[in-house]
Ligand binder design. Sequence first.
Ligand code: SF4
Ligand code: F3S
Length: 120
Amino acid sequence: MTYIVTDNCIRCKYTDCVAVCPVDCFYEGENMLVIDPDACIDCGVCVPECPAEAIVAEAPEFVDWLELNKKYAKQWPNITQKKPALPEAKEFDGVPNKLAEHFSPNSPKSIVNNINLNDV
Ligand code: SF4
Ligand code: F3S
């Protein structure tokens, strides 16, 4: 079992989830995060932290989301610290069909906030 990020994260990206994850298994795209299902330890503490209620436990009806989380966790950079939500987060919270209409497969345009200069 794992937890996965779903539709309502798109164009919100509040990142409260990142602050509580004990194993740093969130990865950041341009307008949403995903969880690495192989690293998630199923603790569930991120679920109530998400203001958009976008994190769910793995279940048959979320199999496409599981695949999306798996795929982009391999492509996007790891995010380990909370950052400001997207400017349009409130406006897009609860908007339907975000995957079809708003999902970006790109990495964040600026990942400078994620770089620890001590690691460079
Ligand atoms: Fe991290 Fe736990 Fe959420 Fe998995 S369930 S992503 S380990 S906080
Ligand atoms: Fe997305 Fe919710 Fe985390 S909106 S970034 S899953 S806190």
